[in-house]
Ligand binder design. Structure first.
Ligand code: SF4
Length: 390
């Protein structure tokens, strides 16, 4: 196939790396808004102007699909209907409502930011992107989203969907993670958002990326900006945006023990910083490459929780992917003496807990998989506890 000629949009100074002039973006802006009015998907947070509710939706939508977020968003707002209720809540109550969404640092940051809003902003969210970005957990994207959607500020945003749309529309054929390219995307978004309905404009861009300008098989024939699209003209839309090769994942191995004592099991809480910060898990630790799994288990448990264990049985292993790490977690079942006392080194808290209550604690996906391997799931827990879980 012969590639057609690129026709990158005119830029402010004729420089292909600068943003197109704001006036030249008028037709694009109009086309996006008209398309959005006719095609926007219904989402509950699109039916409110409450900045707090919009903020919660944006926090939940980071890393999580819309369908998954809806029931969590509704439950969160029922439980914490205002900034004040969130600011004064116990963090474990917040985790309990968050359980299952993962990335618990988002929940911690929400609570921390709510405390700041109450203490320093009279209980009102700042109404500019700059003000919002001073709050914990609110980055440049989220600040732009809240400022434009909740406060109609001409604040730009750039996420993965927007990067894809811009790379194709403007024919940007460079590594989309390069700083110069990211800066250019923000500059274009900053020009494009200048005009009426900035919140809808930003949502239109993201919606277009999510539903029409998709990573594979973009529906160019349904696209409202097709006539000005460089990648469509050239015929290389699926090759854009260009992404540099991902960093190789490091493999890590670890052990985790389901330690029973008097009908309860031991749960430990991780420190407030680092990987899986503040989450509860089964006690254990990382292995060196040369370690024999079972041989090291008693030593690791003695070190981490000060317990001598009895009758360790290897149940199996689970695998879990973190951003740059692949964890293989070897899971054991064992016992502790009835009167055994825990002496922690590493975990910041511990509790002996009924197995059916374990999944109510804030925990990571790897721990959930290990518990499932041990026969503890939401269903078995609900049955054992004689209670129905949603
Ligand atoms: Fe994306 Fe195709 Fe629309 Fe271009 S024409 S923005 S490639 S969907």
């Amino acid at each position: 196939m012969t590639a057609r000629k690129s026709r990158t949009a005119k830029t402010a100074e004729g420089d292909p790396n600068s943003a197109p002039a704001a006036s030249s973006l008028n037709p694009l802006r109009k086309a996006l808004l008209a398309w959005y009015d006719a095609n926007r998907r219904d989402m509950p947070w699109r039916n409110t102007r409450d900045p707090y509710a919009i903020w919660i939706s944006e926090a939940m939508l980071q890393q999580t699909r819309v369908d998954t977020v809806i029931p969590y968003w509704e439950r969160f707002l029922e439980t914490f209907p205002t900034v004040e209720t969130l600011a004064t809540a116990d963090i474990d109550e917040v985790y309990a409502v968050w359980t299952g969404l993962g990335y618990y640092s988002r929940a911690r940051n929400l609570k921390h930011a709510a405390e700041t809003i109450v203490a320093d902003h009279g209980g009102q969210l700042p109404d500019t992107a700059e003000g919002l970005a001073t709050l914990k957990g609110i980055g440049r994207y989220t600040a732009g989203a809240i400022a434009s959607i909740a406060f109609e500020r001409e604040a730009p945003l750039v996420d993965g969907n927007v990067i894809r749309v811009f790379a194709r529309l403007l024919g940007i054929r460079e590594d989309s993670a390069a700083k110069t390219v990211v800066d250019r995307m923000w500059a274009v978004a900053g020009e494009l958002v200048k005009g009426p309905r900035p919140g809808d404009l930003n949502q239109a861009l993201m919606e277009l990326g999510a539903t029409v300008c998709t990573p594979r098989n973009p529906s160019c024939l349904l696209c409202p900006v097709r006539s000005g699209c460089d990648a469509h003209a050239v015929g290389d839309a699926e090759a854009l945006p260009i992404k540099r090769k991902k960093t190789k994942q490091t493999k890590i191995r670890a052990v985790a023990a389901y330690i029973e004592r008097n009908g309860k099991i031991l749960a430990v809480r991780r420190p407030e910083t680092g990987l899986m910060a503040g989450l509860w898990e089964l006690p254990g630790g990382e292995l060196e490459a040369s370690d024999e799994t079972k041989d090291r288990l008693p030593e690791i448990l003695k070190d981490v929780v000060g317990l001598e264990i009895l009758g360790a049985e290897h149940v199996g292993h689970v695998q879990h992917l973190f951003t740059h790490r692949r964890l293989t977690l070897e899971v054991f079942r064992c016992r502790a003496e009835p009167g055994a006392r825990v002496r922690r080194k590493g975990p910041v808290a511990h509790k002996w807990i009924r197995p059916e209550d374990f999944l109510d604690l804030a925990h990571a996906g790897s721990t959930r998989k290990a518990m499932s391997l041990l026969g503890v799931t939401d269903e078995t827990s609900a049955r054992a506890a004689g209670k129905k879980k949603g």
